[in-house]
Design a protein. Structure first.
Lengths: 985, 180
């Protein structure tokens, strides 16, 4: 057996040694990988003006993506991802050909070419303090003398030329306490009004000449009460503000010589008013809206500053900005929910009573409420005005409504994935959901005939194209049933919008999606957010008829003692089975390695008070857990305090009226890092689902090293507190990186190593008995990767062949971590040219196949790097035996082979995580990388040694066999005949 | 060739046997010619044939020894080939090693056949046979030794532990940085 394995390994090495590159041919792109592009939840949309091509809209999103979308189909024309630390504050279109963006808290202003998204200019704006960042582009002025962009950033007002980004003038508001709220630019005038609050009750107005930045007027007025800070411009000379209690509205007229306030109590306007009100942005001149709890009230401001209620509605309502669609007319849109329908209403600004357009559209329930609406007009063939609306939904999807129908929709929630898990597909049986109809025999034969022609080089270019089409559209890969190799799975994806999607690994299609009821806004849970996904029920042996399900863990709000929410979803149908708003908070979720009789996985949820709650809450589960109680431990990493604590469990909660399923914890050990010299920046453990084939590592000369394989090891990286910021924030002497390997059951530190002059951020992966981590070396000014391998010295004596042959050894007996095994480590460091966003390591079903590291590079690509390059036993001149073993001669830098980018020519914009799922086929592993884009592919780190390749021609094999059999038969007949003739002679 | 045999086998109609080894005159129908003394010829013949037989036995014994020693040359050649092949596993060395293993085994299987022609009552074949077997066993040992040097024999601890699954751990611990 062992020799067979070694022969196999040697054979594999023989196969792979000439070039350890796993590249694709051009025609293999898209066969087993797919790539999807998204943009994220749209925050603002600007439609192209009349002059430029009108079929596009420019949007920016919560993922800091600037994109130009096609209004006909919703496709992306171009897209720029600015990244998480360059948040967009505002966009507008200038000169009809540039998109101006303000980002990074108002400090960077950029202009992008509208048709193709190329950057035209960029200017950085400096200012003394942080403030609201506002962007306004002068519009409507007929004279094109000055095309200036007015930018409020960092407490300064800048006028920037939209042609080249040059700052024309700058006005510094040095009043320290001034909080500028709005910059008002009236059409057709050269004056700018800058309004804001100073302190809580002072209102300030600056009048500024837009041409040169000269301050013309500065007025301050004091109000008797306090302002809440919300301000809305209702007409050219009037503002409406809300007071601090949210119970009265203040109209402010600021044009006249003296600023005048008029206070109106909301309770006088609206009957039965209770609770604080919220201002909604004013859609058009003279009208603004106030939201009181769930009621939206529309209020008109008359010329004399009197307030009148126009309308109020209980239904969730969203208002668009005003749209001037002809010389004189302004319109705005309202979207109101009613049951599972929405009403899209367009009204003229000066005529509240009548609707210009009212359409009722039925929407998918799984999209939730409308969050934002942007309207746009077009001219129909009969020269009348038509309106279309871009609608942003609760699940972050984007829809275009036109003529009472949804023209297109984009599932942009997938741009912000929180967590990913997988689920098996249903086993094929009669009546199971099988989406794709099997194609008939004729097509099968035709396909194989074409393939055969391709193999025999007889195919014409048309045939080649047809073959490629067949390969790409193969219905085999997108079938809805489980396959033999385990390539087809569901990727269960939880998005920030609280929606759960099931993506098919074959082609990335959305099989089902569900907006989780428990993760939606409610009175009890004001800011729900999904946190993690866990496999809840994975039926295989005992409960084959059950559908698999996943556990979704969420919480209400950011605080650590916020209430938790858990929910269970059936992964075949996407039905939410049940959900609880929990009474306790959720600090940690620990999946336990035990299952009950229905294959439900036991989970331990630790709350903020360090009580452990067992799920499922059944007596059976409690029984199972009670029997294992003394063997279960948990730990928590308090990164802020620099402490790692380990806990044990005991049954029953003290001082709580909790049931059997609540357990108390007792602290067993703690590792305290000195806060003045060390700060925890990264921790990593082994993946719980990782399978290891063997505990021994055979080194050259048939020597054996026993791996230290423990699931309870924690890798911790700490840096000097000064070096925890950006690279360059600390000098060489002030920065160090210390790595630890800690046993989380006993708290024992197995290994400690320090890298002087090294700097974070640290990215690490932990697999089998090794850790690979990536950091910055200040001394060499380069990124470095290190590997640590841990071996068990106390097992090293097990080298007697006869004992091993007869099985008289204790190598496979269960071990306790209290037995204090002796660990021995080997490590080595290498330079790498890439900085890293995320790292992962391949996992396979049985752990026999060699490993590859997957590195998410800063360029949003995924690079596969063989683990053999990170082997601490590499030397400059390996001996013959070591070479045979596959040890590569040592080099100081890890090679970056262009062909080993698994994303080939694609980019996974905004890459956040790489998820690895083993397939059933040992050689293959499934890789899912997500960020703003999604990318999925299949990897075979040692090539597919256990199956024939995809493009293997079965037809050719069959034909060869048939031809050979025929040849045997013919020659046999011929030889018989010849024999007979010989005998007659 | 085959045709001829077939004809000989099935198509024989008559035959004359010229040899006559019988010694007793009574058994013959025809009396001996006058002046012919059967006994003297017989005696002469027997003396001559005894000599001949002795010579043949000697020759057979000599031949048997020669045959028994033949594997030695083979052994030397094999050793040389093995030395040439080196100690890395590749097609050539594996081929050599397997032929080195196969030759002695097949030779040992056919020990009886090899010494069949030299079988005689007077020849003692035990010695040559033992030598033959010993030399072939030596060849086999050489092959096995070669197999071992190639690392294809499970004689090291590594061969027995490389498929041992990792030991189970009694304790289980879970955790992470608490959700923020």
């Amino acid at each position: 057996m062992a020799t067979a394995v070694r022969l196999l390994v040697l054979f594999l090495l023989f196969l792979s040694s000439p070039n350890p590159i796993l590249s694709l041919y051009e025609d293999q792109v898209g066969l087993m990988d797919w790539h999807q592009q998204y943009i994220g939840k749209v925050r603002h949309a600007v439609f192209h003006t009349q002059k430029t091509g009108r079929k596009r809209v420019v949007v920016y999103t919560e993922e800091n993506v600037l994109a130009s979308l096609d209004l006909r189909h919703g496709e992306i024309f171009w897209r720029r991802v600015l990244g998480t630390n360059d948040a967009i504050d505002g966009i507008d279109i200038a000169l009809g050909k540039y998109v101006i963006t303000l980002s990074s808290g108002g400090s960077i202003l950029r202009a992008w070419n509208l048709p193709n998204g190329q950057m035209v200019w960029e200017s950085s704006l400096q200012g003394p303090k942080h403030s609201k960042a506002l962007l306004s582009v002068e519009k409507g002025s007929k004279s094109k003398k000055y095309n200036i962009v007015i930018v409020l950033s960092r407490g300064c007002l800048h006028a920037v030329s939209s042609i080249d980004g040059e700052v024309l003038w700058k006005k510094d508001f040095d009043a320290q306490s001034l909080e500028i709220q709005q910059v008002i630019q009236l059409p057709g005038s050269d004056f700018l009004y800058v309004v804001g609050f100073s302190g809580s009750s002072l209102f300030e107005v600056y009048q500024i000449n837009a041409k040169n930045g000269e301050m013309l007027k500065h007025e301050i007025a004091s109000f008797s009460g306090d302002f809440s800070g919300e301000l809305s411009l209702v007409s050219s000379e009037m503002l409406v503000a809300l007071d601090a209690t949210g119970s009265s509205l203040i109209t402010i007229s600021f044009h006249s010589e003296q600023i005048s306030f008029q206070q109106a109590y909301i309770s006088h306007l609206v009957e039965g008013f209770s609770g604080p009100a919220m201002m909604l942005p004013s859609p058009v001149t003279g009208i603004f809206a106030v939201k009181i709890n769930t009621v939206t009230v529309f209020i008109e401001v008359t010329d004399k500053g009197k307030l009148e209620v126009l309308d109020k509605t209980e239904q969730p309502t969203v208002i668009s900005d005003a749209l001037s669609f002809s010389e004189t007319q302004q319109a705005f849109a309202l979207v109101q929910h009613e049951g599972n329908k929405i009403h899209f209403i367009v009204k003229l600004a000066d005529n509240w009573g009548s609707n210009l357009l009212k359409e009722t559209i039925e929407l998918d329930q799984q999209r939730g409420l409308v969050h934002k609406v942007f309207i746009h007009n077009y001219i129909r063939t009969d020269r009348s005005h038509g309106f279309r609306a871009l609608v942003v939904m609760e699940d972050h999807s984007l829809l275009l409504l036109q003529q009472g129908a949804v023209v297109w929709s984009r599932e942009d929630g997938l741009a912000s994935i929180v967590d990913v898990t997988t689920s098996e597909l249903p086993v094929y049986k009669e009546g199971a959901l099988v989406a794709k109809v099997e194609h008939n025999l004729f097509e099968w034969l035709k396909g194989h005939w074409l393939k055969l022609k391709g193999t025999l080089m007889l195919a014409s270019p048309e045939d080649v194209a047809a073959i490629q089409r067949i390969r790409l559209k193969s219905s085999e890969k997108s079938k809805m049933t489980r396959d033999h190799n385990g390539f087809r799975k569901f990727l269960i994806v939880l998005t920030r919008g609280g929606k759960l999607f099931a993506l098919h690994t074959g082609d990335g299609q959305i099989v089902w999606s569900v907006l989780l009821h428990s993760l939606r806004y409610s009175d009890r849970c004001q800011h729900p957010m999904g946190v993690n996904l866990y496999q809840w029920q994975v039926p295989h042996h005992r409960a084959m008829d059950e559908n698999p399900s996943v556990l979704i863990v969420g919480r209400c709000g950011q605080r650590s003692d916020a209430q938790g929410v858990i929910s269970f979803v059936d992964t075949y149908t996407g039905r939410e089975l049940r959900s609880f708003g929990l009474v306790h908070s959720i600090a940690q979720v620990i999946p336990l390695p035990f299952t009950d009789s229905t294959e439900q996985c036991l989970h331990l949820i630790i709350d903020a008070d360090k009580h452990a709650h067992l799920y499922p809450k059944t007596p059976e589960a409690v029984g199972i857990f009670q029997s294992e109680l003394s063997k279960v431990y948990w730990y928590s990493v308090e990164a802020d305090n620099g402490i790692i604590r380990g806990y044990g469990l005991k049954s029953g909660c003290v001082g709580k009226e909790a049931g059997e399923d609540c357990f108390d914890t007792r602290e067993l050990w703690s590792v305290v890092f000195p806060s003045e010299s060390e700060k925890i920046i990264a921790t990593v453990t082994r993946k719980p689902n990782e399978v290891v084939h063997t505990q021994a590592k055979v080194v050259a000369d048939q020597d054996v090293m026993y791996k230290y394989l423990s699931k309870n090891l924690l890798f911790v990286a700490t840096v000097a507190p000064k070096a925890s910021g950006e690279i360059g924030s600390a000098t060489l002497e002030e920065s160090w990186l210390i790595v630890y390997l800690i046993d989380t059951v006993t708290g024992r530190i197995l290994h400690r190593m320090s890298h002087h002059g090294s700097h974070g951020p640290v990215h690490a992966v932990f697999s089998e008995n090794w850790v690979v981590y990536h950091y910055f070396n200040l001394r060499a000014h380069r990124y470095e990767m290190s590997v640590i391998e841990i071996y068990d010295q106390s097992r090293a004596e097990n080298k007697d062949v006869w004992k091993l042959v007869l099985g008289k050894h204790n190598l496979t007996l269960p071990i306790s971590l209290y037995s204090r095994a002796e660990a021995m480590t080997k490590s080595q460091s290498y330079f790498i040219t890439h900085s890293v966003k995320t790292m992962a390591v391949t996992l396979t079903a049985k752990g026999i196949t060699s490993k590859q590291l997957l590195i998410g590079t800063i360029g949003d690509q995924v690079l596969a790097l063989d683990k053999r390059f990170l082997d601490p036993r590499r030397t400059v001149n390996p001996s013959q035996a070591e070479r045979e073993e596959g040890i590569i001669p040592l080099t100081d830098t890890l090679p970056i082979i262009p062909q080993s980018y698994i994303t080939h020519a694609l980019k996974v914009e905004g890459l956040r995580e790489i998820v690895i799922v083993p397939a059933k086929l040992e050689s293959t592993t499934l890789v899912f990388a997500h960020g703003v884009d999604l990318f999925f592919t299949r990897l075979a780190p040692s090539k597919t040694y256990d199956s024939l390749t995809e493009d293997f021609s079965y037809a050719l094999l069959l034909l060869t066999i048939v031809a050979l059999v025929a040849a045997i038969f013919v020659t046999w007949v011929l030889s018989e005949r010849k024999d007979l003739q010989e005998k007659w002679r | 060739m085959e045709k001829g045999k077939a004809v000989m086998g099935s198509g024989r109609r008559w035959a004359v046997d010229f040899t006559d080894n019988s010694t007793a005159p009574s058994s013959r129908d025809i009396p001996d010619p006058p002046g012919f003394i059967r006994a003297s010829i017989d005696q002469d013949d027997s003396a001559l044939s005894r000599q001949k037989k002795d010579a043949e036995a000697n020759w057979k014994a000599q031949k048997a020894w020669e045959v028994a020693q033949a594997p030695f040359k083979n052994l030397m050649m094999m050793g040389f080939m093995m030395w040439m092949a080196g100690s890395t596993v590749h097609l050539f060395s594996i081929g050599i090693t397997f032929s080195a293993l196969w030759q002695p085994i097949s030779a040992l299987q056919g020990v009886g056949k090899v010494f069949e022609p030299y079988k005689d009552n007077k020849v003692d074949l035990l010695g040559p046979k033992l030598l033959f077997i010993a030399l072939n066993l030596g060849g086999l040992a050489l092959g096995v030794w070669k197999l071992n040097t190639l690392g294809l024999l499970p004689t090291h601890a590594s061969d027995w532990v490389s498929s041992l699954p990792p030991a189970q751990e009694i304790e289980y611990s879970g955790g992470c940085i608490p959700l923020q």
